[in-house]
Write a protein that binds this ligand. Structure first.
Ligand SMILES: [Zn+2]
Length: 170
């Protein structure tokens, strides 16, 4: 069962996504969207930026509270984004994917389908974020040619991630 989001709210959601300023704001918005569409929520996750092989966009360690984003790919996305909308859309879909895994949904296909469904319902079918949820290479073809092949020992922990109890009011 999913909830229906009105056209006005979809437009609002697109405007909000464009204006988000950091990891925390994007993640709060991911949580809000998942709660709005699927009525699922959880808290207490940590975010790491990690240099890792470019075939891995991000990962969640099962049973842990950690989401890690591939900072090599993210850097490429930042470099090639034509707008805040593009960058935030990429970040949104990556965090969304791992957030869904953190509920114990392991199957890749299921998580991808849920991500696309959420974007279609929350933002609209033709939106940038929905296109990226289906295939990030459509918007960022450069990601296909970046090559990095190891997991670095170091990572950067994002401070104060998922600490707020902020709720969005429609
Ligand atoms: Zn996955």
């Amino acid at each position: 069962m999913t909830k229906i989001i009105s056209v006005e709210n979809k437009i609002n959601n697109n405007d909000k996504l464009r204006g988000l300023k950091d990891f925390n704001e994007v993640f709060e918005f991911v949580k809000h969207s998942v709660n709005s569409v699927f009525e699922m929520k959880r808290a207490g996750l940590s975010l790491m930026l990690h240099k890792m092989p470019t075939r891995v966009g991000a990962y969640h360690v099962l049973g842990s509270n950690v989401i890690a984003i591939n900072s090599i790919l993210l850097e490429q996305v930042r470099k090639h984004s034509a707008s805040n909308d593009e960058y935030n859309s990429y970040l949104f879909t990556v965090l969304l994917h791992e957030y869904l895994h953190s509920f114990g949904i392991l199957d890749e296909h299921t998580v991808r389908q849920m991500s696309v469904e959420l974007c279609e319902k929350f933002f609209g079918e033709e939106r940038m974020v929905t296109v990226i949820a289906k295939d990030p290479l459509k918007i960022f073809p450069q990601l296909g040619s970046v090559s990095y092949d190891k997991f670095e020992n170091k990572y950067e922990l994002i401070k104060d991630f998922d600490k707020s109890n902020q709720t969005y009011i429609q």
